[in-house]
Design a protein around this ligand. Sequence first.
Ligand code: NAD
Length: 490
Amino acid sequence: MEKHKQENRQGLKLLSTSKEWKLLYYQHGRPGLEERRKFKGLCNQCDLQSLCGLPKPEIGVWRCEHFRAKIFKKSSLHKNVLKLLEKAQNVNNFDRDICKIMAETMNELVVHFPVTMNDGHVKMLTGYRVQHNNALGPFKGGLRFHPMVDIDEIRALATMMTWKTAIVNIPFGGAKGGIQIDPADFSPKELERIARRFTFALGNNIGPEYDIPAPDVNTNPQIMAWIQDTYMSTIAPDERNRCIHVVTGKPIESGGSVGREKATGQGIVFCIEKWAQDHGFNLKGATYMVQGYGNVGSWTARLMKKNGSKLIAVEDVTGAVRNKEGIDPDDLAQYVKEHGGVVDYPKAQAIDHEVFFNTKADIFIPAALENSISGDTAELLNVKLVAEGANGPTDEEGDKVLQRKNIEVIPDILCNSGGVIVSYFEWLQNKRSEFWELDEVDSKLKKIIVSAYERVRDAAEKYKVDWRTAAQIVALYRLEMVYKERGIFP
Ligand code: NAD
């Protein structure tokens, strides 16, 4: 213990092999792949400090998986999803038997599969695909690569996909999947083998007319292309080209749609614009802060720029930065591309997690992981509107605090539905061998998401409930109708 303290005073890398954990302390930056491989359970900001005696690190150092878990995993996401279902059921007196169906997932697949690493050793990995409901159409939902992925999370996210597709009125059901890995631990070649082997393990449990994956946290168009290629390689040659829509969010050349990459962010911005219009709120000069600067966060920030709004604070897994004069979203996106995160961005000041949440702004866009707005962080928030880009970013306590503080919320299942809407367009284009122009994609997206927004707003007024409950009511209403019309087989 003494040794660690000494070395730290000298500003050296610290290495500990304490009984429970191996700890590696970096004063700056994210450890490289080889270093991370050697030391699992990296820690520099979490409670393990008391275990190893390390002093509180400087702001802006890389955050460990353990710290992320501490921020985001305080409550079960699935439990929250079920509580909301129950609340909506009671408000509108939905059919209890149908709600019983909605409370369960239809299929849950857990696969364990081997992948050969670059050095020749074999690693066993665990992947999940949960199919919640397909009453409205094929199962649809993203695939996530993250160390915190587990069945509870995937179950919840699959259920939320059913609500989302129902709210926006597109012919899909709900599903979600993922692999419990940190992609930063693997080389691109290893990631390709992981994606392909996972697809092979899923086999016919996915398919263009049955269950269609898409990108989510830490997955991207390249990974979708590997999944597409693997799936197509395992079916009869004369069927292959009828299957290009087995995934959406593909690269354009492989059958992707223009506008899909930015679609979730674009949908969020359409919702914020509609909210501003309804409230007579001028977005020009309005300030906003974003948590998560990946696909959803960075695109939302970049598209908000067109409204003349000012990005003033950003947090991602590497740290948080703030500049009250404004941060250029495109410049920051370029920086994140080159450096892997917002940490040490030279045109803003480093701030810590609490200061980030306490920043005064008009709009907060959580676009990272679930449960980031807890009771504690919601108390710190000083904004008018939370536009939920992430899935499940607000836990039950957080929600109560937001309501008490009269902070308005555009809930996730409405606000971030732009991604699945444009996935639907991509799927349709593939089926029809068509290629739509960006204007067509954007205008159709706007029409669908704005009318969903209006349905949720009207339900909130009619039932005198918060928007989250209203969104749930809109989804349940559509699903209940379908079940009542068709009945329960046999
Ligand atoms: P991404 O992998 O591109 O980006 C995730 C971002 O979250 C990164 O910037 C990462 O640094 C940040 N992050 C992770 N842990 C964090 C932590 N502890 N503190 C702060 N930031 C942290 O993922 P994405 O596709 O942008 O997805 C983000 C969220 O949006 C997820 O909840 C996802 O389910 C949801 N979503 C995504 C889509 C889509 O089309 N990609 C659609 C709908 C909803």
